[in-house]
Design a protein around this ligand. Sequence first.
Ligand SMILES: [Zn+2]
Length: 141
Amino acid sequence: MIINCPFCSIDEDKTRIIEEKERIVVILSSPSLMPGHILVIPKRHIEKISELNPDERADLFDTAIEYHKKIIERFSKGCDMRQHYRPFLAQSDVKVDHVHIHLLPRENEDELYQKSMQFERDMWQRPDEIELQKFVELFGK
Ligand SMILES: [Zn+2]
């Protein structure tokens, strides 16, 4: 447990806990990007997904999938799942150095799309030969 980590010691006055399991806690994100924005968090403080032990991996992804299913059954047509690792950013109220998965309810051209993601479309491009060679060498066998 890390002092000053909001996910190691969840403030129940400020944070709505949806479910608590043996190794996982599910909360409503606060602040949130959109209504129904949920965070699935392993209880143990780790910063990278590679540090999850096998039980935590299974519980984290099983719980994320369980809530992904609930969101699309009960709330919205779509749901994004995100996980970030950005050690170059300081911890803040929107960046916490404790592994968590975001579940974001999505609709066609919703507010998140209108305000941010539509600009991603212009960035999509086919990798060139140099990039292909570089990343095959980096990540290949
Ligand atoms: Zn923590």
